[in-house]
Ligand binder design. Sequence first.
Ligand code: SAH
Ligand code: SF4
Ligand code: F3S
Length: 442
Amino acid sequence: MTNDKVYLLTFGCQMNKYDSAMVAGLLRDAGAVFVENAADATLVLINTCSVRAHAEERVYNHLHLLKGRKRHTPGFVLGVMGCMAQKEGEKIAARFPWVDLIVGTRMLDQLPRLLARVRDGAPTPLLAIEEKAEISFGETLARRELRFLSYLSVMRGCNKRCTYCVVPHTRGVEASRPIPEVLAEATRLVDDGVIEITLLGQTIDTYGRDLRDDTTLWKLLRALYPIRGLKRIRFVTSHPRECREELFATMAELGDKAMPFVHMPPQSGSDPILRRMGRGYTRQRYLEVVAAARTLCPEVEFCGDWIVGFSGETEEDFAQSLSLLEEVRFQHGYVFKYSVREGTPAQKLPDDVPAAVKQERHARLAAAQEKISLERNRSRIGVTEEVLAEGPSKSNPRRLTGRTRTHRLIHFPGEAALIGKLAAVKVTGATALSLKGELAGC
Ligand code: SAH
Ligand code: SF4
Ligand code: F3S
């Protein structure tokens, strides 16, 4: 039993957000309460990301800042968990000896027990980064920020070996959860008020492959469909090599519940660069997947991640990324500057694109995406969208903010009673980042 006041800070991707929600559920079940302010906490936990150097630097800054707090506050506990803990656990212990607890991605379910050991006086930093551990959250219900939305991790790890990427190192090999287990968690969530679930996997299209029993993502979608009260199903991240037509056919068939939004990072539009990245597909293949999806499921929209300035990327290679972005006309995109990661295969390749060139390509690609996002968003003006109202708008509390089926952000005037419900909203305006609308029928 813990009486801790917990402040949980989460960096990184949706996987980390899911893990944080589950760990928070475990701690809540053990008696902890959660505080909004780190200054009020007796336990600060940082869930970390290693994907780019910048993500790691931010965590190191926090650890430095918390040194004084740790020294001067008896009973205060500081924990580091997640991807950096897994990859850098020993280094963190040596460099930041005031950290009490370091828990890797595969032992997060042990956190309450490990915390109890620290509280009982175990020598610190206590390291728990076993690579082969089998993580299980059992019957825990996630502690969610929004009652009606939840992530659900359906697989862990990644079996790809993209040469720039640290994730296989921080998350280990791919392991899918059998459909009945996912179904049980989804049902618990829906019973607890969730109406929208986002299924998570690093390459969600390979879900089930390791189970060797014909389990697939589209079979999972079909299995989730009958859950009464579940209104929306999303999934991330799609991989261009693995994405199959059956998925889009199933989405079209399930129509109302399967959200037509596909986050499928191209990373680059140039074949030589894709080869150097070890992505396992060509630009042509990417375009074929998009075309098949749009034929089977015309509503579908795409979101992409891009890496600019990867080793050897010439101006012509970069132009290929720009042209792929323009050809696909993505609804949204995330652009990253290549960051060399220790222990990855690409670490051996020269990081030969100067920082200023990375910066400039980043700006050009982001500007091209912004222009297309604006055009695509404007094309929705006059359309009535199905929107899940998520809460008051940050800029104007008298307005609500929600998401359309294709994950567009939309602001509209409405009563707080609509929060957590689906509403029909007519689009009246658009920027590159969001839509503006009015409740249909008003
Ligand atoms: N599993 C997902 C991506 C997970 S990492 C996939 O394969 O698509 C999220 C994003 O971070 C990636 O899509 C990539 O664009 C970016 N990224 C990963 N490693 C990076 C690195 N070393 N430098 C810059 N960006 C990187
Ligand atoms: Fe990283 Fe590639 Fe796996 Fe995505 S598919 S997590 S980019 S190794
Ligand atoms: Fe980062 Fe780990 Fe996700 S490295 S991107 S938090 S899997």
